[in-house]
Ligand binder design. Sequence first.
Ligand code: GAL
Length: 832
Amino acid sequence: MIRKSLLIFFASLGLACQNRELCRERLDFTAEWKFALNSDSDFSAPEADDSNWRKLHLPHDWSIEGEFDKDTPASPGGGALPGGIGWYRKSFVIPDSDRGKRIFIDFDGIYQKSTVWLNGHMLGYRPNGYVSFRYDLTPYLNYGAESNILAVKVNNSEQPNSRWYSGSGIYRNVWLVKTNDVHIDNWGTFVTSPEISTEKAVVAVCTTICNENPECQEVRLRTTVIDANGKKVVCKSDDAEIVSGGKCVVGQMLDVVKPRLWSVKDPYLYKVISEVMADDKVIDRYETPLGIRSLHFDAEKGFFLNEESLKILGVCLHHDLGCLGTAVNKRALERQLEILKAMGCNAVRTSHNPPAPELLDLCDRMGILVQDETFDMWRKRKSRYDYSHDFPEWHERDLTDHILRDRNHPSVFMWSIGNEVHEQFNRTNTDTLTLQQANVLLNIRHDSPAGREDTTVNINSWITAHLARIVRNLDTTRVITSGNNFAASENNLFRSDEMDVYGFNYNLGAYRDFPENFPGKCFIASETTSAFATRGHYIMPSDKRYAWPETWDQQFDRPVHACSSYDNNCALWGSTHEETWRAVKQLSYCSGLFVWTGFDYLGEPTPFWWPSRSSYFGIVDLAGFPKDAYYMYQSEWTDRTMLHLFPHWNWPEGEPVDVWAYYNNADEVELFLNGKSLGSKKKESGQFHVWWRVPFTPGTIKAVSRKNGRDVLIREIHTAGPAAAIRLTADRNAIEADGKDLSFITVEIIDKNGNLVPDADDLIRFDVQGCCFIAGVDNGSQTSTEPFKASQRKAFYGKALIVLQNNGKRGKATLTATSEGLNSATLTVRAR
Ligand code: GAL
């Protein structure tokens, strides 16, 4: 029975809560902030003067707006862009009608060391740049006409603190969440499918409800599963009583009859709707995605999704979005995933940090598995000012929040608690400690069973076990792994015996002996390859394998510092794309691989030769243009009938040119030069391409793939004449008028017949009129020091990219591209 005071309370909420949205509102809080880069002053007080600050909308990354500088504290390894201390402020009002509600602010991620104040009251400090967190604004809010001032200090001044480009600022989304006093907790549901058969799936839902009302509350929790069309599938209600200031967890089991399973081919999503009711009125409503699927790793047979064997065909991804920096944009993420999916990729590893929530939403929807990784380092540092300093105090909170935030995503199929952490090795004799000492170092209280304090432990294995325990306390439905470059049984992470799946980074030579060295253990190639390539750049001969130490730097042409795009070179610790895939493909016990990396990323330009400022590892370049190896994967990882021929056909007369082709769904490929056959080739066993050495003559090089004697596909490349014009091609000509949506426009320099001019580097100027602005420009060069936020860009090997962003208005935007001596081009994008 509900008490009288409670009835009054709910009566006052009653009308509003008839309206679903008013039970809980989640408002996009990214518009109209003010920003200043300033390390000297304190702007936390409401009255601080921000009248001259720049106005902007979040997400925002100030580093990407900066100038490249090899001497910047972040170093080229961090992208050679500036860090510093930035302040953000926002003024907002909360209507009187919101009195009595709980009002929270949710930050999806701030890089890094953020402190937040509301109306001069400090709400909290969060050092980790990748975790999501919430503050309760309620105690300090002004209501009605009086405004509120939120101030956020972001401190990314201590550099280097990252091995790659981190970006700086409030680079992810921000939300204002309004609930009633009785509400579902932040990340307050946990949805799993403990039993799955073709007949039915049992869906278990644990819901945490908070009561911030001074009275004890009785509530009813109504949980409904709906299908992708919004149709009710099953519903269950249970009653609960929650003490004042307390929380209660309600566990419910629901049967979904004849479930449609979530898979990479059919990523079918149900939804769980959780409604908290009092006096028959809904006072909170919360949605959780539900993908019903089973996951299973086997030591002999690898990975199974829904009891079907599935090789993990994955790539590692850092979080930058090329010329947009790290400022998260859903469409930019979606484009990356679309490009990868078309290559046949079915998984990503969020190297080496928690991703933006939007990435996981997209992976749920698009059918891409995610290895969700938390840390790149634990206690032992990798760069001078990195998270290792905060690890003792913050790891438990950060890891917990990461798992709580992400554990409902069907795409997330394994947790990685660390990448190549130095704790793998025992480098000093100080790694053996008493339990008590270990726990003091790690700031752990509850992992010290009484009476065991004098037991000695290896602190590195002890941390592993401690982190694994944190994860298992929150989720036992997924395996725990880590990325290890020390592939021996002495590795402290393996010695802890807490790894469900052993992840090897590189160490290709150790794959074969894995079953013998690690009997009964499950295996994944958690990071592989690290092959280099610059799109459009070719160094002859292609059958020379560049290797450490003699020839490793010869794969780069100086002074342009571009690397050959034939798949014949890689980092000292890596292997070429073909070598890697050959090894992984044939090992049934290897669950799959994550290639380093899907896209080039800012920072880590191995080797570190200025002006290189971004990596060469991507299968796709920084602008999103596939390199040639992309098509090797497509030929192996998809059923799509394809044929890819390279390189371009503009060479000095008589020079021997190596012509390669990747193909599938065919028996052989025949090559023709100016109509004359140069012979047919078939892939030899274990080889994923065919090739010819052809003395160059201008004209047309043509490849024909054939199956059973019939032509399947034809590809032709013509010798290009002088640059004559610009061609513009948008990935989408129609976008949303939401102020966020993007159109990615490929800019090509072409000859008078429309052929790409393969060495063109003309400067192209852009003008945009109408409902879009330029969000960024790029060309995929790893060495360009031109700014990304600009209205011009040089072409690189014939291509450039311009990203247009809608400005919130409907209508059309007209892009004009001009370049001296070339015919200009115009393109229209519509926003609706
Ligand atoms: C790995 C590391 C990655 C990246 C890569 C470059 O060892 O895990 O973060 O640095 O090397 O090859």
